[in-house]
Design a binder for this molecule. Structure first.
Ligand SMILES: NC(=O)c1ccc[n+]([C@@H]2O[C@H](COP(=O)([O-])OP(=O)(O)OC[C@H]3O[C@@H](n4cnc5c(N)ncnc54)[C@H](O)[C@@H]3O)[C@@H](O)[C@H]2O)c1
Length: 596
């Protein structure tokens, strides 16, 4: 018969524990909430009341419900208070010896039938379980941060966890309104195994001054639709916790260098910069525990001040190319009030692009996003041409032709001959080194990358790629142009994948490797990232949309440039591409799209 969980215990009321208490109490379960000292207990109580008060203020919880919720929680110091609970969830810091000590103590204190669960993110549940005399009643119940919000729970079953314990915990998760995925005991389980390499990589980018913290975070939020940027997420997780998770994953997960914690992390932890909980991490917060970021010495100047910083005046823009990106970019510039000269390789192509721009603008009118006058004026600003000579008097050229270095280099050499001095020459390449096209001209200081995202009229992000030859003036101009387009321009160096692709594709590749290793299914991995981390799409959904061939090509570039063994393309990805399973566009990728 299934167990009843009428009273549960939570040990450790930090970032996770306080949230876990809230989840249970909100769902009518009595909780004994345990801390190590009176002061820590009080902090836990303040976190819980703060969170429930915010829920009341947002209208998500009635006052009476909050009072009932808080009345269900019994705050205590010391594990002895847990003698009558049916289940304990431990959420103390991520140290194996500490957790083992606590489990040995819980084994002594708790009634024999109680289930003992750990919320560990990366430690071995099996190793924790053997500190007790009841390893078959030990399980991992891994909640996500913030626990009251995130729907996912990873249920971690060891080789000795009883089937009935697993079944009862799964039923409990359902009762709590959560979606559970049950997996075996591997470092990082599903979500963290895929997440932490990415987070650590982002810290490495920041540490190497590849881009600012604001730009790294904005890039991932706006380029991938993530709820938070990686550095803000590190602050939410807690840098001490993140350090321990990475360190454990490095040691347990095959010494993948990508999990070796970035040196900066250790320094920050040592300096007491733990993230939100200490009031300062990558960002500075109003006070410890507050989600509100306040300006500090690293906060960039207001956009306007940066723009005054030597930007050249741009009125007329040339766009070269006739594909999806060029079409979108023409529309973006024309709508923002720039005179646009579109150059394609022939009248027929120009007619096609013109038709596509018209169709897209008309859609804007139908959807009420654009007036008919705005549409007509935007179209009136575009000149259609099939010769580069028409770019003689533009102030900025944006190149969006085929992704082949020889073609781009030849084009830039021609632009160098045709365009007037002082013109900014931009490439939208997503994978080629910008410096290569810059050096095809006699004016590399005027060359910059402007990496738009598809569809350009909708995606709010542009990566501004500075080469080692790009002048400050050119960069400032690019930033000013992005601002006028209503886009967020993030500035980064000229490295393979820039910010977004360099952080995104290795994560997707890791998901393929996880599937290949039969650790979990594509559905569960997709669920884990959507419901545990708030991603708009799971990795396999996204791979099928982006195209497996495109993803493989980007991953190969990253691997070739950075020689990072962990970036080697997943063999399964290569095989699917060879088999012609390219994703939605071919009807089949990781999933079959012909039957949907
Ligand atoms: N932070 C996250 O985003 C996150 C997400 C999921 C899981 N986890 C996991 O949850 C666990 C807790 O992490 P956290 O971020 O909440 O840590 P935290 O540092 O915020 O909180 C840990 C709490 O445990 C208390 N504690 C320490 N020793 C204790 C003892 N002997 N008895 C009772 N309480 C004790 C501390 O006083 C502190 O309040 C870790 O295993 C972590 O890996 C963390």
């Amino acid at each position: 018969m299934a167990r009843e969980f009428t009273r549960v215990g939570v040990v450790g009321l930090g970032t996770m524990g306080a949230g876990i208490v809230e989840v249970f109490a909100r769902n009518g379960v009595d909780v004994t909430a345990v801390e190590i000292s009176d002061a820590a207990l009080e902090r836990g109580r303040v976190t819980l009341t703060g969170s429930t008060d915010r829920a009341v203020a947002k209208g998500k919880l009635a006052e009476a419900e909050r009072d009932a919720l808080l009345a269900r929680v019994d705050f205590r110091v010391g594990l002895d208070a847990l003698h009558d609970v049916d289940l304990v969830i431990e959420a103390v810091p991520e140290h194996l010896d500490l957790k083992q000590r606590i489990f040995a103590e819980l084994d002594r204190v708790c009634k024999p039938e109680a289930i003992l669960a750990t919320n560990t993110s990366s430690l071995s549940v099996t190793e924790i379980s053997v500190a007790t005399t009841r390893p078959n009643q030990v399980i991992g119940i891994h909640f996500f941060n913030p626990a009251p919000v995130m729907k996912l729970v990873e249920v971690v079953r060891t080789v000795v966890t009883s089937a009935d314990v697993v079944a009862d915990v799964e039923a409990l998760c359902e009762r709590l309104g959560k979606v559970d995925v049950t997996i075996s005991d591997r470092a990082g389980f599903i979500a963290n195994a895929l997440l932490f390499g990415y987070l650590n990589h982002a810290v490495g980018m920041f540490e190497a001054r590849y881009a600012t913290r604001e730009d790294i975070d904005a890039a991932m939020k706006l380029g991938c639709g993530l709820p938070m940027g990686p550095l803000a997420l590190m602050d939410l997780i807690g840098l001490d916790t993140a350090y321990e998770i990475l360190d454990t994953m490095y040691r347990r997960g095959g010494r993948d260098r990508r999990h070796a914690p970035a040196p900066l992390l250790k320094q920050m932890v040592t300096a007491g910069l733990l993230g939100r909980k200490s009031g300062r991490g990558f960002y500075t917060y109003e006070r410890p525990g507050s989600p509100k970021v306040v300006p500090d010495e690293y906060t960039p100047l207001a956009a306007d001040a940066a723009l005054a910083d030597g930007a050249r005046a741009i009125a007329k823009v040339g766009v070269v190319g006739s594909g999806t990106m060029a079409t979108g970019i023409i529309e973006v510039f024309a709508k923002a009030g720039y005179e646009v000269v579109s150059v394609t390789r022939g009248a027929e192509k120009s007619a096609k692009v013109c038709e596509a721009v018209k169709t897209s603008l008309n859609k804007g009118v139908v959807r009420g996003k654009l007036s008919e006058t705005d549409r007509d004026e935007a179209l009136g600003r575009i000149t259609w041409s099939a010769t580069l000579e028409h770019l003689a008097d533009v102030d900025l050229v944006v190149e969006a032709v085929i992704e082949e270095l020889s073609v781009k280099k030849a084009l830039f050499a021609s632009l160098d001959e045709i365009c007037k001095p002082g013109v900014v020459l931009a490439t939208t390449t997503s994978s080629l080194p910008v410096i290569d096209v810059a050096m095809a001209t006699q004016r590399p200081a005027d060359v910059v990358g402007l990496h738009f995202f598809n569809p350009a009229p909708i995606m709010p992000l542009v990566e501004i790629v500075q080469t080692i030859r790009t002048s400050a003036e050119t960069s400032a101009t690019a930033r000013a142009v992005c601002a006028k387009l209503g886009k967020t321009g993030v500035v980064c160096g000229d490295r393979s994948g820039f910010i977004v692709n360099a952080l995104l594709f290795p994560y997707l590749n890791d998901a393929v490797k996880m599937l290949e290793a039969s650790y979990s299914t594509a559905d569960d991995i997709d669920y884990a990232m959507k419901l545990g981390c708030g991603y708009p799409m799971g990795p396999f959904e996204l791979l099928d949309v982006v195209g497996l061939d495109v993803s493989l090509a980007i991953q190969r570039e990253l691997y070739l440039e950075l020689r990072e063994p962990g970036f080697a393309p997943a063999p399964l990805l290569e095989h699917l591409v060879t088999a012609g399973y390219l994703g939605r566009k071919s009807g089949r990728g990781f999933r079959d799209h012909t039957r949907r």
